[in-house]
Design a protein around this ligand. Sequence first.
Ligand code: G6P
Length: 609
Amino acid sequence: MCGIYAAVSNKSILSELINGLDNLSYRGYDSAGIAIMNGEHIERRRAQGKIDKLSHLLSTNPLDGQIGIAHTRWATHGLPNVQNAHPHMTPKVAVVHNGIIENYPALRTLLQNAGYQFESETDSETIPLLITLYLDKGLTPELAMIKALQQLEGSFALAAIFKQYPLELFAARQGSPLIVGQSVDGFSLSSDQNAMPEQTLNTCNLEDGDLARITQQQLTVTNLSGDQIQRNLIARQSQANDTSKNGFAHFMLKEIHEQPSVFKSTFAHYLEHSNTQQSQQFKKINSLTNKISRLTIVACGTSYYAGMVAKYWIESIAGVPVDLDVASEYRYRKAPIQRQAAALFISQSGETADTLAALRHAKSQGQACFSIVNVTNSTMANESDVVLPILAGREIGVASTKAFTAQLAALISVTLVLARENKLVTSTQENEFIKHLNQVDTLINQVLSHQKNIKAIAKTISLASNALYMGRGSAFPLALEGALKLKEISYIHAEAYPAGELKHGPIALVDESMPIIVVAPNDELFSKTLSNLREVASRGAKICLLSDENGITQAKDFITHHITLPTVPEALQPIIYNIPLQLLAYYTAVERKTDVDQPRNLAKSVTVE
Ligand code: G6P
């Protein structure tokens, strides 16, 4: 998704801006651009495609200066081409923008009627033109900026430089994140803390309604009435910002291999607290809700599927009914909200626009809101009553892997606390659970050590145009997650169904060209799934079965491929069975030579609705 990087420094700024863009690139983008104040004029360069195209352009047509703005664009309004790439500018001002200006059609008409011409199809270009309209009326840059901001509807973060103020950077935030960083050379500004340069000493999160003016020496923040606001720069926490692939071909593969240690440390984090009595955090949840009698879980994408696994766990182990919603539906669905109930929001980034809006909606309705996030200083974390961190470390691959596993570690911990609260597990049972959960890292390592077979299966799947996934019980959300991973990175159309639904439609699609991936742990539902498997086998389907040795033996006459997994207790199945599904998608994508870490059209953090 779009990213902003800007800086004002006592040094030449170009390499810092390019570096900032590189650090933003993991978010997904389709064009990039830079504008620099060269002392007299604002100059810009933009390119469609990857940042190296922009770098190439800059090597033949360089820019120099000490203050500049840069942007990676993920197209929303208008094609991903050079005209639509940011910065957008007039001779007086250049702007980079994240978010959506919802009233841009009206503003566009207003500006066109006033004689201003648009070069792009974007909503973003209304911002520099509107500011220019006020500059042309004789307003100072700060007043022109305030006037323009007051007219913008929607959510945005933006940075601007003015010809008239060649030593100042302006920034404003309404709904989209923006962070200021200070170093010995000056200031930087970004929509993503991961893009902050290593030498950053102090940071400050801007808040909604803030207008910041930044010079080499100083940060000043006002509101849109011009009143000064105190925003403190605080020492930057040291970041475990491991951005190398550590010898792996892709970040996704590296992150898949990090899962044993990530699960172990996330679970240990909660176990440590919850082993004796209750953790502070869990206590806080209970004090907010007294006793959780019903829980709403809301999320998007892979986080939503983690929530769906949790629904199975929490209902069956802790006896608490769970309402599960995709955030973009929940926020508008007008569901009656039970006062004093609890709502859980799951988000790796903590910035997903729909999940954040859903959280704000639930909060405004008096719900106790807790969030499971990876980025602990994200907007969602800041606005939740209780934050449960997943401590997965930075995830760079757009397709989420280790964050999912870490979310499951936090969610099984929540399940255990609720089960204990509801007296549905004895301490002996709880200890037994914990004993098994402490073996998860070894089990994941076991799965990771058998990749040869998965690679071979991926080779055949890579030739298909469509694939079906199926599973029952908590294997159903895994089927959904497996299909999502496959379509995200290999671009093979994949659908997932509860195995019992197959006869209600999808079986019509089954023939020899349709691989079917069946997620079927050898549990009490296995015999039911086996019947569904026979039904598709008798229609010529090529089946790949994920089960334990015993399950594979029972199905051996009907299947083409199998992935043998260790026999594990039911609660552990979602954690273990997800790993081969990730690998299957990964190797299929590698076989098809797609851009695994930055798949087309996708973004790591979806900050517009
Ligand atoms: C995007 C990403 C997914 C992620 C989803 C939700 O679609 O590509 O990998 O699962 O957003 O993101 P969140 O940060 O809220 O977990």
